[in-house]
Design a protein. Structure first.
Length: 497
């Protein structure tokens, strides 16, 4: 049986007896991200969680924070906090996800009257909630600097129970538990309206979540035990097939579009359940170790998901400073109550595929040539994921003065000297001895008459000329070497007859 939800809680929640039934525990498919589902326990006054992979869960330490009939949770993954509304205490509170305590949020002049359901916009620094008994949609600044009430125009605000924020569309949605309508208002306070829901069941709806990619909004109909949806463009809706999952006083929904699942809490049977968005049924999540005492309004916390590798920039030579970008990471799906933004980033540089010890900053001085990469690991309380850059090649430094092969010493031609000349005019012969000064490879001789141009021919010492005719002669000899021929041949003039 169902227990009258909120508003009807002036009588306080009573214990219920649940008949034995088949507990359908589903093993998590591989597509599910690493993470957990969190919820508030109305009667148990605890914030609890269970792992999405079906391995059980536990309770979160909330320190000094008020926890009195917690209804609705939302997560700031970057700050590492979870927020909730205290229906009976009329307070908005928070705790650190690492269990290191919490506190209450200052809400200033904002209405806090039977707050039921919270939605967070970390970029805008705001948290929103529905006032189930105050019939207002209100907000406060996350920094504790106060808050106010949102103008909702002509939208129905009748026992509002659960809100979902869509910053991209500039809207906030809520379920009207007593008005049995799904409504919205503009975040800039310029009014709102009611959403056409077609044939979908809207019977004491509690909690909404938006799947922007599919263009749908989902809610739990507490009195009808259904999970229903409508198109955001107002073209109607319907009820989701949840066969195999418990739907007993469902309150609050959270969506994981990538995994194709929607989750909800069952107030009347103390279970967290899910169904497939494609309408092929669902099951119940194993929550062993966690409190499930009127569990309501789930929210999903998953490990970061990379959407783009980091990029290395900088100079391409040794000594250059390299920089590593952060890569890109999937944002929170605030309207779906799926939180996965990184809380921190860790860097690691590699050279030739091996980690460089101590190179854990976003920049690095390349001390050696080779193939560099940077790996960025994003972390939050649910886990971590890593993305690696493409190879960035660093080349050796170019030499400012390229090495030159020394020129061999310049070789000079040898000098030539006639050491002896013997002329016999009677026999008409002439003999000459000569030598070279310096490295020599041979000699060339020429005998010139009547000042003709000398015609040098290979010769050796001594050189003899016979049967010479009468007249005047000049004997020339030049030594040869690697530097060429002696440019000033040695000469000896003589006469025959």
């Amino acid at each position: 049986m169902n227990v009258e939800p909120k508003g009807r809680r002036g009588r306080r929640l009573a214990a219920i007896s649940v008949g034995a039934g088949l507990l359908c525990l589903w093993a998590a498919p591989a597509a599910l991200a690493t993470g957990s589902v969190y919820w508030g326990n109305q009667a148990g006054n605890k914030i609890s969680f269970a792992n999405l992979d079906g391995t059980g869960g536990g309770d979160l330490a909330t320190g000094a924070a008020t926890i009195n009939d917690p209804i609705g949770v939302a997560i700031d993954a970057v700050a590492g906090r979870i927020y909730w509304a205290n229906y009976l205490a009329n307070k908005i509170s928070f705790a650190n996800l690492d269990g290191s305590g919490g506190d209450d949020l200052a809400t200033g002049s904002a209405t806090v009257s039977g707050p039921s359901g919270v939605a967070i916009d970390p970029a805008a620094g705001r948290i929103y909630w529905a006032n189930q008994t105050g019939n207002k949609i209100s907000f406060a600044n996350l920094g504790g600097s106060g808050g106010g009430d949102l103008a909702t125009g002509s939208a129905t605000v009748s026992g509002p129970d659960g809100v979902a924020i869509d910053p991209a569309a500039g809207r906030i949605y809520w379920a009207n538990q007593t008005g049995s309508k799904i409504s919205f208002a503009k975040l800039d306070g310029t009014g709102g309206g009611d959403l056409a829901t077609g044939s979908a069941t809207v019977n004491k709806p509690i909690g909404v979540a938006v799947d922007r990619g599919a263009g749908r909004i989902y809610w739990a109909s507490w009195a009808a035990n259904t999970i229903s949806f409508a198109n955001l463009d107002g073209t109607g809706g319907g009820d989701l097939n949840t066969a195999g999952a418990t739907t007993a006083g469902p309150e609050g929904v959270a969506i994981d579009p990538a995994a194709g699942r929607i989750y909800w809490g069952n107030q009347s049977t103390n279970k967290i359940s899910f169904a497939k968005l494609d309408g092929t049924g669902g099951g119940d999540l194993n929550t062993t170790g966690a409190t499930t005492n009127f569990p309501v309004f789930p929210a999903l916390l998953e490990s970061p998901a990379g959407t783009g590798a980091p990029v290395v920039g900088g100079g391409a030579s040794v000594g250059s400073t390299l920089s590593c970008s952060q890569g890109s990471w999937a944002p929170d799906l605030l309207s779906a109550f799926l939180f996965r933004a990184p809380q921190g980033l860790a860097f690691q540089w590699t050279l030739a595929g091996a980690d460089i010890v101590g190179a854990t900053g976003s920049s690095l001085t390349a001390s050696a040539p080779g193939e560099y990469r940077c790996r960025v690991t994003a972390l939050n309380h649910a886990g971590s994921a890593a993305e690696e850059s493409a190879v960035f090649t660093v080349s050796p430094l170019p030499l400012s003065h390229p090495p030159q092969t020394p020129s061999p010493p310049k070789a000079h031609p040898p000098n030539t000297k006639i050491t002896k000349a013997k002329v016999n005019a009677v026999r008409r012969t002439a003999t000459f001895k000569f030598k070279a000064t310096g490295s020599s490879t041979g000699f060339q001789c020429a005998l010139v008459q009547k000042r003709n141009r000398p015609k040098f021919k290979k010769c050796s010492s001594p050189k003899t000329y016979k049967r010479l005719k009468r007249g005047r002669y000049i004997f020339e000899v030049r030594a040869l070497g690697i530097g060429g021929a002696d440019p000033s041949p040695a000469e000896k003039a003589f006469r025959i007859g």
